[in-house]
Design a protein around this ligand. Structure first.
Ligand SMILES: [Ca+2]
Ligand SMILES: [Ca+2]
Ligand SMILES: [Ca+2]
Ligand SMILES: [Ca+2]
Length: 245
């Protein structure tokens, strides 16, 4: 009887999961064309299942329904988010579901506007989940060296920063093993994605930001202490229970 119940539960669960809708996407807020006006994503992260995002139920992710152009000439779109501790991994995905003429570039910056990673259209040989072509950029898994606020810039490839971008620090790899952009050592000095020669769209795209952390909030020392004592309590309860049986 118990086995029968378990089978029913499994069927119900898998049905529930496969029919679940994609995670909620937030809308882009223009004007977001500078670091000062970057759209912050911290409130939009979840572990909701999303068939367009790698590892969607194990990496916290936020998605933005965005537009390149549409009344914003030579559009540059900046987004910001928090990384809560060193060693957190992140990957960054632009999806365009039609083969449009937006040839994207995406750059990861630290809070001082140093370039940490760079990706452009056509870098990956095959489209990722939810992409119609490889004209939309993917930044593969990047490991953050420190907690802090970080910025992502998305634009047309012509709006890549000019000047020396710092030291090359290796290739980034997508969760499915494909190539996904390049890492830099953060010694570039402040850079910006300036308006050189953009194509003006309008071209819709979705940006997905994925992070291997459990929260977007940096834990306070007091709450860490509470969490710690809670763990001790749980362990204590476990020992007591084992002794009883
Ligand atoms: Ca835009
Ligand atoms: Ca913009
Ligand atoms: Ca993509
Ligand atoms: Ca995707």
């Amino acid at each position: 009887m118990r086995k029968f119940f378990a089978i029913i539960c499994t069927i119900f669960l898998s049905f529930g999961i496969t029919t679940m809708a994609n995670a909620t996407y937030i809308s882009e807020i223009e004007i977001n064309d500078s670091f000062a006006t970057a759209q912050n994503l911290n409130g939009a992260f979840s572990l909701d299942l999303d068939s367009n995002i790698f590892l969607s139920t194990s990496y916290l992710h936020a998605s933005v329904d965005a537009m390149y152009g549409a009344g914003v000439p030579n559009d540059v779109d900046y987004f910001s988010f928090s990384v809560v501790q060193s060693g957190i991994k992140g990957f960054f995905d632009v999806d365009t579901w039609v083969d449009n003429d937006l040839h994207t570039v995406m750059i990861l910056f630290d809070s001082q506007q140093n370039m940490l990673a760079y990706g452009a259209d056509g870098y990956d040989p095959n489209p990722d989940l939810g992409s119609a072509s490889n004209w939309d950029v993917f930044l593969g898994t990047y490991t953050f060296a420190a907690a802090g606020e970080y910025f992502l810039g998305v634009s047309s490839y012509n709006n890549t920063p000019e000047g020396y971008p710092g030291m090359y620090a290796g290739e980034l790899i997508r969760p499915d093993g494909e190539s996904g952009g390049q890492a830099f050592d953060g010694s570039s000095g402040p850079l910006a994605m300036t308006d050189n020669w953009g194509d003006d769209g309008p071209n819709p795209y979705v940006l997905h930001v994925s992070l291997s952390q459990e929260t977007q909030t940096v834990p306070e020392p007091a709450s860490m202490l509470l969490f710690g004592s809670g763990l001790f309590g749980l362990v204590g309860a476990g020992i007591k229970k084992r002794k009883l049986t």
